[in-house]
Design a protein around this ligand. Structure first.
Ligand code: TXA
Ligand code: MG
Length: 337
């Protein structure tokens, strides 16, 4: 009798193989400094389609195109306003994505039918080497299933997308949460579309002008169209275990006591020093950058414990914490306790 042997080996691939696969129109998972990306040749529509099927992601969500350096912006963008140039020079390679007016030839798939294109030069030696070696620009959303937690290690990618997913392993991501997304219009007005570890304050300082605000029509002003960032769902970046979010440790401790009395098993994720509940506790630092770096791996770990509730303490509502607060709120479906 013969048995079909299912290989449980992971498919870690070399830089050369990753470049070859991308050129053949295949998808591969790649490291960046923020999170792992599911990469495909950004100029190949068939390859781009594979990103959507692999992620089970709705087709109207635009993708970020990763380029090797600032000189490649003109391949994709119809305009590169002065403020965007300043931001690119200050933060690239790095965790900043610029949304700019798109050139007419840019695929509707990569733009998600928007008139704009999102561009980023990643600050990861392996990602940069891959872009150079392949000579391609690669579209890459986070390498997770739609609405699931983003991966920050090769193991996370394999746990989410399966062991047959080819992964270029570049170690653990050092930023740990997705890039800051800023749109810059042709007239130089800018807007923060997704908070990241490059804060609104950092952007405003380099841009030397504040973010464009939506003015009220009733005050007789002209309405400014707010560029949307499609795919920013409330329920995003979610662990499978039900989450409860708390504004302070005291309320979290009370809730933990009540849940424990009701025979529900909980674990708590706390930020910084202070009192702790009687359940298993993971304590993160009180520094935003350190918390960001650990955030998804900690949530992946807590999720694997398969307890009844994850109790998370929210950080303060300040610009430096905006990105961590955003991701935790989304992980909890926007419900705070
Ligand atoms: O750090 C990151 O940005 C990671 C790594 C892999 O680079 N990528 C990432 O991609 O987070 P993704 O697909 O998970 O998020 C892309 C988001 C979209 O959901 C959308 O909100 C925004 O970027 N976006 C992309 N193109 C856009 C456009 N043309 N206009 C407005 N928003 C856009
Ligand atoms: Mg994502």
């Amino acid at each position: 009798m013969f048995f079909h042997v299912v290989s449980t080996l992971n498919m870690r691939i070399s830089l050369e193989e990753a470049a070859a696969r991308l050129k053949r129109g295949e998808v591969v998972a790649i490291p960046t400094e923020t999170v792992y990306g599911l990469a495909a040749d950004a100029s190949n529509d068939e390859a781009l389609q594979k990103i959507f099927t692999t992620k089970q992601r709705p087709a109207d969500h635009p993708l970020i195109v990763h380029i090797a350096d600032i000189n490649q912006v003109s391949n994709w963008a119809a305009a590169f306003p002065d403020i965007a140039v300043k931001l690119a020079k200050a933060f690239w390679p790095g965790a900043l994505t610029l949304v700019l007016p798109a050139k007419a030839h840019v695929s509707r798939i990569v733009r998600g039918n928007e008139p704009t294109i999102a561009l980023r030069v990643p600050n990861h030696p392996t990602a940069l080497a891959l872009l150079k070696l392949s000579g391609l620009s690669v579209a890459a959303p986070s390498a997770n299933l739609f609405t699931q937690l983003s991966p920050t290690t090769a193991e996370h990618v394999e746990a989410g997308l399966g062991a047959t997913m080819p992964v270029l392993d570049g170690g653990a991501c050092t930023v740990g949460i997705e890039s800051t997304i800023v749109s810059v219009a042709e007239n130089g007005q800018w807007q923060l579309l997704r908070p990241g570890m490059i804060s609104e304050t950092d952007i405003a300082q380099v841009a030397e002008q504040p973010q464009q605000v939506k003015k009220s029509l009733s005050s007789g002003m002209v309405e400014i169209r707010t560029p949307k960032a499609p795919g920013q769902h409330a329920l995003h970046y979610s662990p499978r275990t039900p989450l409860m979010l708390f504004k302070d440790k005291a309320t979290l401790i009370q809730a933990c006591d009540a849940l424990t009395q009701a025979s529900l098993k909980c674990v708590a994720l706390l930020i910084g020093e202070g009192n702790a509940p009687a359940c298993t506790v993971i304590r993160l630092s009180s520094q935003p950058a350190e918390v960001a770096e650990q955030l998804y791996s900690t949530l992946h770990h807590l999720d694997a414990l398969k307890v009844d509730r994850l109790l998370l303490e929210l950080p303060p509502n300040t610009p430096a914490w905006a990105a961590v607060l955003d991701r935790l709120s989304r992980a909890g479906g926007g419900i705070n306790h």
